[in-house]
Design a protein around this ligand. Structure first.
Ligand SMILES: Cc1ncc(COP(=O)(O)O)c(C=O)c1O
Length: 393
């Protein structure tokens, strides 16, 4: 008999009843150091007082009004994002997937309105992840995500990261946009080198192609800048944001330049919940904390410390781990042992990590993780690695 919850997830045998800071607790009191943070969602950890306060205060006055009316928290959050980024305008969604839908629609509408309706093709990259909607899976293109779900949304070309010849060959006057994650998350924490991101920007500029960055996982302070593309000194035309921006409350956004958004007039897009007062109240509280130089400097400092300790772990357990990679507090341990075994061994030691493609385990701790917790995290990963090593014989 089918489970009452559609069985699309393979879940770990863990059930948490509360969370505080970097820790999750089961009903029997067992505590876990959370290096997954809801897959890069709980950017400020669990039950951050400023977020609890923002949510409960908003909940006591107004939960929801539709986008038929003005929503002050939405306006405030949009102003903050416009202030702090390349963007001139913001549309709020509930998730990263919905942000992908709009990014694709926006790029196509742009060219339609410019009198080039056939300019609809989008270049994407293998190993990418942009969500599970029809546009999202077509953009990612992997067999794992698309098999059995055809016919797929047409108009996506998939290239390998770093294949410059294929990229140059793929560029034509049919290309509306290029979509790329500055650091692939689900794909196994694969950062696109800054020089490549710059190269992509140049290519887009030469051919008038719109650059869409998917910063759903790598944005919102995760790499030590508010958005990962800032490291490369470039700006996109359209950017997808979600996960960390709501700190655990469902919220996403599409940020765009005035030019890229020029096709999106009243009635061309909408959402019942997107930009809801509760979500935006929390989003403002998240931005007030993360989008400050001191907070981001602290992310960089802690990231350096964690990375250094992980390098030590790789050196100590060469049969278990192969390398550390990533950016900021978006780190991956490429495994030699099976990554899911390492994740499970972590559970036994009270530390949570997240598997990714390419036999990687992801470490995406709350950005508020303390120096002491970093030490504890690595000690627990060390114990997990020792367990795996002894099983390997
Ligand atoms: C880079 C990226 N884009 C898009 C998504 C989809 O976001 P959501 O699950 O909020 O729909 C994800 C989710 O993991 C992601 O990592």
């Amino acid at each position: 008999m089918i489970a009452s919850v559609l069985p699309t997830y393979s879940r770990a045998p863990l059930t948490f009843t509360s969370g505080s800071g970097s820790w999750l607790t089961e009903a029997d009191g067992r505590r876990f150091l959370d290096l997954g943070a809801g897959i890069a969602v709980n950017a400020l950890g669990h039950a951050h007082p400023a977020l609890v306060e923002a949510l409960t205060t908003q909940a006591q006055s107004l939960w929801h009004v539709s986008n038929l009316y003005n929503i002050p928290a939405q306006q405030k959050l949009a102003d903050m994002l416009v202030d702090q980024t390349f963007a001139d305008t913001v549309f709020f969604t509930n998730s990263g997937t919905e942000a992908c839908e709009l990014a694709v629609k926006m790029a196509r509408k742009y060219w339609y309105d410019k009198g080039q309706p056939a300019r609809t093709e989008i270049i994407a990259f293998t190993g990418s992840f942009h969500g599970r909607s029809s546009a999202g899976i077509a953009a990612a293109g992997s067999e794992k995500m698309t098999k059995g779900f055809g016919p797929l949304l047409p108009g996506f070309t998939h290239l390998d990261f770093g294949d410059h010849d294929a990229l140059n060959a793929a560029v034509s006057d049919k290309i509306a946009a290029i979509i790329v994650e500055p650091v692939q998350g689900e794909g196994g924490i694969r950062p696109l080198p800054d020089v490549c991101l710059k190269g992509l920007r140049d290519l887009c500029d030469q051919h008038g192609i719109l650059m869409i960055l998917d910063e759903v996982q790598c944005g919102m302070g995760r790499t030590g800048k508010l958005f990962a593309h800032e490291w490369a000194g470039i700006t996109p035309d359209i950017m997808m944001v979600a996960k960390g921006i709501g700190g655990g409350f469902p919220l996403g956004a599409v940020l765009a330049t005035e030019n890229a958004a020029s096709g999106m007039s009243a009635g061309t897009h909408g959402s019942t919940y997107g930009g809801n007062p509760l979500a935006c109240a929390v989003g403002c509280a998240v931005m007030e904390i993360i989008a400050t130089p001191a907070f981001l400097a602290e992310v960089c400092r802690k990231a350096g410390l964690l990375r250094q300790k992980l390098e030590g772990l790789v050196a100590a357990y060469p049969d278990v781990f192969e390398a550390v990679r990533g950016s900021g507090l978006m780190l991956g341990l490429k495994c030699k042992a099976t990554n899911s075994d390492v994740v499970k061994a972590g559970y036994d030691q009270g530390v949570l990590t997240v598997p990714a493609a390419d036999n990687v385990i992801r470490l995406l701790p709350p950005l508020t993780i303390t120096q002491d917790e970093i030490g504890q995290a690595v000690a627990r990963l060390d114990a997990a690695a020792a367990q795996i090593q002894s099983n390997l014989g």
